[in-house]
Design a protein around this ligand. Structure first.
Ligand code: ADP
Ligand code: MG
Length: 258
């Protein structure tokens, strides 16, 4: 178990985002049992869409967690807008939208789940976010598998649909930077397309760092960072890496166990 991270070393000054990028500078991170990141460096320029790709367990999700300060690295720096996140007022998180891999839902309607944390959002804003994320048709449904009230039928949501609820919530929050940890579940063609389109809406006009499992997603990004054995081993546009890097090619030709 990880202890809570210490408070910021900033003397209580609110963070004002100036539209810069993200950076990991020689980051080392170990969980109690596992050394995960061993000198990871990565620059995400302002406005760029960067995909993180790599084998299962290579530390992709951990990178996103460090940006949000769910944990701090033991060595190295994580920067937002040129500033070490450890020195920032906790309000920096309002500039980051995070869509987790497995979007845990509240025992309430899809609409409630989209609006959570945004009580001031108007119906029109909520519906627009739901439409862009292509989850609008289910907005009044209750997710199944929770404590669905007697007499109401819950709706079974696929991993892609749950992720679209997370995307809608993020669109409503309208952050400058998005961090998305793509769901690994197999998707049918229709859900796959809906998720791709929702992600495109989410990335547009924003800096985006996406843990990517699907080709459709990496093809949509400007740059790919290939993470393996604790560090970024290859970096560049997807098509270039496919041509130039045998291990990157092998990765995509593999069994898809990413
Ligand atoms: P990826 O997203 O690339 O699959 P993760 O960043 O989730 O990889 O995890 C990297 C490694 O760290 C894995 O071996 C995983 O088992 C381990 N790990 C992840 N989260 C924790 C945790 N909370 N406690 C201990 N080990 C963890
Ligand atoms: Mg992961």
């Amino acid at each position: 178990q990880e202890a809570g991270v210490p408070p910021p070393e900033n003397g209580g000054k609110a963070f004002e985002f100036r539209g810069g990028g993200l950076e990991f500078r020689d980051v080392h991170y170990n969980y109690a049992q596992a050394s995960v990141l061993q000198g990871t460096s990565l620059v995400v320029p302002a406005g760029a869409k960067v995909a993180i790709v790599g084998p299962s367990g290579s530390g992709k999700s951990t990178l996103l967690r460090l940006l949000y300060r769910f944990a701090d690295p033991q060595m190295g720096q994580v920067l937002i807008d040129g500033q070490d996140v450890k020195t920032l007022d906790p309000n920096f998180r309002k500039y980051l939208g995070i869509v987790p891999q497995d979007c845990a839902l509240f025992n309430d309607t899809v609409r409630f789940n989209i609006c959570y944390g945004r009580p001031e959002a108007s119906d029109a804003e909520v519906e627009r976010a739901a439409s862009l994320a292509q989850i609008h048709e289910h907005i009044a449904s209750m997710p199944e598998g929770y404590d669905t009230p007697v007499g109401e039928r819950g709706m079974k949501l696929s991993g892609g649909e749950r992720q679209r609820i997370g995307i809608a919530r993020c669109l409503l929050a309208n952050p400058s930077v998005v961090l998305l940890d793509e769901a690994t579940s197999a998707l049918d063609v229709r859900t796959e397309r809906a998720l791709s389109e929702a992600m495109e809406k989410l990335m547009r006009g924003r800096t985006a760092l996406i843990v990517a499992h699907r080709r459709a997603t990496v093809e949509r990004c400007d740059l790919v960072a290939f993470l393996e054995d604790g560090a970024v081993r290859e970096q560049g546009p997807h098509q270039e890496l496919l041509q130039q890097s045998p291990r990157y090619r092998r990765f995509w030709e593999g069994a898809g166990t990413n």
